[in-house]
Design a protein around this ligand. Structure first.
Ligand code: DAH
Length: 331
């Protein structure tokens, strides 16, 4: 064969191989064709065998050409192989829609209600100050809700218009405040002072339903009984509580108030955390927010549970959880 004949054969070989690969319908027939063209006994080898009959001066050039053609055929083969793989994969995916090897889709988890979150937070803060959590019943008697809390029979809060009475008896009601827990806790003989508790829970009042009021809401009561307790300690405790709850120190102020079970009683205001006291919509442009009621435990309350007020004194406080949650979470 002459060099020109070699060139022609090699060019043809490339063309045939290219057509053959393109017509291969699956990887087995493609492999057969690869052997046919590139295998040890394949067509290219056959052509190369004749190389020895070629003039010495032409051999390197034709040899090189043969190598180039071999590489090109190899590339054509590889491309076809890749394409076939993709075709087959696409085909399989059409049938096998369900791929059990894929990682599972994340399921959205629920989250805790803001009232639950803040109640836990409040409990955590007071726990750090040595208070434990105590819970009383929601269905109560007027003794726990009023009498033992030094609330006179004529007190307006007892009015049916404010308190839900049940048909279980004239004294049975839904508690209107978590202050009931003070009595429930202290009347137990094993709970002797000194003592520190908070009591979170639902309370009920016969309110008209509107954007600010609902007949069911949540309070956290606090009670500390010890020797020579002072109002300064009450104030410092509450200020520290607010600092931890809102994550920054806030100015606080006491305003005199009245509650039957504390004497003296006060309302605690805090500087509005949203406007730092300069006045905004949340605080009604007052710069202050009313946060809770508090005071020094009335001696009559201690007497009702057989604790000697000459020996022991205490402070108490009660806060509305909805309001604190609104402030903390910006609801
Ligand atoms: N129980 C009161 C209320 O529901 C809140 C309260 C005020 C609780 C003063 C206290 C307190 O313990 O000392 O409005």
């Amino acid at each position: 064969m002459t060099a020109a004949q070699f060139e022609k054969e090699l060019a043809e070989l490339e063309k045939f191989a290219s057509d053959a690969f393109a017509s291969a319908g699956d990887s087995q027939s493609l492999e057969d064709m690869r052997l046919e063209y590139l295998g040890q006994k394949g067509k290219l080898t056959l052509i190369l065998r004749g190389l020895s009959g070629l003039d010495k001066s032409e051999r390197p050039r034709i040899g090189q050409l043969a190598n180039t053609v071999k590489e090109k055929i190899q590339v054509l083969h590889d491309q076809r192989k890749e394409a076939l793989y993709r075709e087959q994969l696409a085909e399989r995916l059409k049938v096998d829609r369900l791929d059990v090897t894929l990682p599972a889709l994340g399921r959205p988890l629920g989250h805790l209600h803001p009232l639950t979150l803040i109640t836990e937070e409040i409990a955590r803060i007071f726990y750090g100050m040595g208070f434990s959590v105590f819970e009383g019943p929601e269905v109560e008697t007027d003794y726990y809700n009023f009498d033992a809390l030094n609330t006179p029979a004529s007190h307006p809060a007892r009015d049916e218009q404010d308190t839900f009475y049940t048909n279980l008896g004239p004294q049975v009601l839904l508690r209107s405040q978590t202050s009931t827990a003070q009595i429930r806790y202290m009347e137990k003989k094993e709970n002797k002072p000194p003592l520190r508790i908070i009591a979170p829970g639902r309370v009920y009042r016969n309110e008209e339903i509107n954007a600010r009021k609902y007949p069911l809401f949540h309070q956290v009561e606090g009670l500390l009984v010890d020797k020579e307790v002072t109002m300064g300690q009450l104030r410092a405790t509450l200020a520290e509580f607010l600092r931890l709850l809102f994550g920054k120190p806030l100015r606080t102020r006491f305003r005199p108030d009245f509650f039957p079970f504390t004497e003296p009683s006060a309302e605690l205001d805090s500087e509005c955390p949203f406007c730092a006291g300069s006045g905004c919509r949340t605080c009604g442009h007052r710069g202050w927010l009313e946060l809770l009621g508090c005071g020094m435990v009335d001696p009559n309350v201690l007497r009702a549970v057989d604790i000697d007020p000459e020996e022991w004194s205490g402070f108490a406080f009660g806060m509305g959880v909805e309001r604190l949650a609104m402030i903390k979470y910006g609801v």
